[in-house]
Design a protein around this ligand. Sequence first.
Ligand code: FUC
Length: 727
Amino acid sequence: MIRAFCALLAVAILAAAESPVLWYRQPAADWNQALPIGNGRLGGMVFGDTRNERIQFNEDTLWLGSSREMGSYQPFGDLLLTDPGTGAVEGYRRELDLGQGIASIAFTRDGVGYRRECFASAVDQVLVVRLSADRPNAISTRIRLTDTHQATIAAGADYLSATGRLSNGLDYEARVLIQIEGGTLVAGTDALEVQQADAATIILAAGTSFANDVERHWRGDPPNKGVLAQATAAAAKSYADLRKTHVEDHQRLFNRVCLDLGGAPVSPTDERLVAYRAGTADPALEALLFQYGRYLLMGSSRPGDLPATLQGIWNQDLKPAWYCAYTTNINVQMNYWLAEPTALPECHEPLLDWIRTLAAVRKRVDIPKLRTTAGWLIYSTNNAMGGGSTWRVHQPGPAWLSQHLWAHYAFGGDRDYLRNDAYPVLKELSEYWLGHLVPDADGRLISPTGWSPEHGPAGDPHMKTQPGASYDQQIVWELFTNTIAAASELGIDADFRAQVSAARDRLLGPRIGRWGQLQEWREDRDDPQDQHRHTSHLFAVFPGQQITPKKSPEFAQAAAVSLTARGTTGDSSRSWTWPWRGAVWARLREGNKAHDMVRGLLAKNTLHNLFTTYPPFQIDGNFGITAAMTEMLLQSHERQDGAYVLDLLPALPAAWPDGDVAGLRARGGFTVSMTWRGGRLTAAAITSLAGNPVCIKSREHSEVVSIPGGATWHMPSAPDSNHTETP
Ligand code: FUC
């Protein structure tokens, strides 16, 4: 009953909202205009040229490097389709339907209507391309497979294959199978030719010999068998079947959250972006960007895969920017801020698994250097195998990452997960920090090796150690707080809890400096002119929970002073700077300022295909902005007398006067749907999964309510009910 209600609400919103589609009147002129598809492991960038289609593809384990060498994430190859048609093209449309997970191209040539559909199926683990026309015998195309390394390309009667080995010994293979309806399939030495078919389905499977297992030195079975099996199994299904199972699987995740911010635009996405840059309001474009973040996470991070890199899984460069890797002083964390609140907890799993990988590898390498009995360290930049760039060891990196383990429990409430997976890591990292902190002259505990990422006093901007830097202090506070909460939830380790709690109370805390700013350093030397991109000293506001306007209004005010001073130009205008600042403004309850960050990202650091750009393309902005927008609509990081506080519309901007959202998740196990009109909350439905105590807050309302597990609380209440509808 309750589920049905939520589903109905979601469907009603989805039907009312602009369908989440990116569309264009022309093919992609370059990679940054191509449209991404992905199933978490396999990704494709679809260019959409009518005569020379290019689908550049990736597989998430195609990595150079090892536990000791950095390496980089590698591009795989291209699927190329050459169409001999020369007639004039009319009515061209290229689109990416986020709701279905399908990229398509439609056009008319010589009176024939053509349609191409491309998707990456998570069910069948293949990329699928369908060529069809509204007349028989109209499909003719030459199909080739290329490789970006030195693979051997072969062609058989109905297949193409690429087989190769990277310099680190990783074997890889791709296989393309083609099914035609009508017409003829002709094999060449390195290509297949479809002649006058009614339709053709092209299946691409790809894999490597990577095993996500340090014990096996990251190597598993050769990819041949698995790739062949995937391609063959998919090719045995009809296109209608492949498509149906893909769309169902996609919608099972995607439809959990709907967002409608109003507006019914009719122009192509690129034209809307141009108008938006010129100052036109387009809340529907902002809602589209919100859903794009969810789409991209689903496309680049599914259970069992490696986590989303700086470019998700989409990369065409042999030497990608920053190795297309995992940077741990903001980027990889930002990639996952949206996972829990926007109802994609399974997409969080690759990161959570990778944290365990890191721990296993780094413990062996680093423990002797630590002189402590517990803990592990990581680099600022890391690869998939626990190796990294020796440019810098990132001391608080593991503690920051551990926040994700805690969040997975806080939203989902899986106690076994907390006990077996999350808590042991939190405890070990807390032990590390208990051993690593030192007292300063006043007896306050400080990190002796503090750092404020990629920032520091002139002369030695990157490497100099800054004892007691706010970044380290705040992350350790967060770690200790989450460790204490986890041990209390489990009802264990009372002595250890008391020890961590005492250390947390002794930590050097936030300080307000001479111009009213929240100090970045222990010393009061922040420069008000400094426009550095990082806002590490605001960690305590977001993603941390140490500073809130309610609990610590002076520090919240100081954070606002610091954030305002950082500005939004130059180094402060990057893919990820906007979302971080947007989320901080949202936590500070400054909806309009938070919205300025959404606007800044879209106007200044967003490409034609809505990928965010550093530059170059860096996906953290896409993921981060979805999280920041969520934070504007719903917050759940505070507790009041043990109850979870659900703060509804805490930072609603004037730019979004009317809206509907369904399916957001909150800590404590709640699902929240809301409607607002004229800037005021008019309806809310909150479903409690676990029956945890909850306080529901909005600008108009604050109420401690009891919602039994499985029940839904409504505002306003139905005429004859007591707000709550039970299952
Ligand atoms: C961190 C940031 C850079 C960039 C890189 C990938 O090092 O400081 O700005 O985002 O990651």
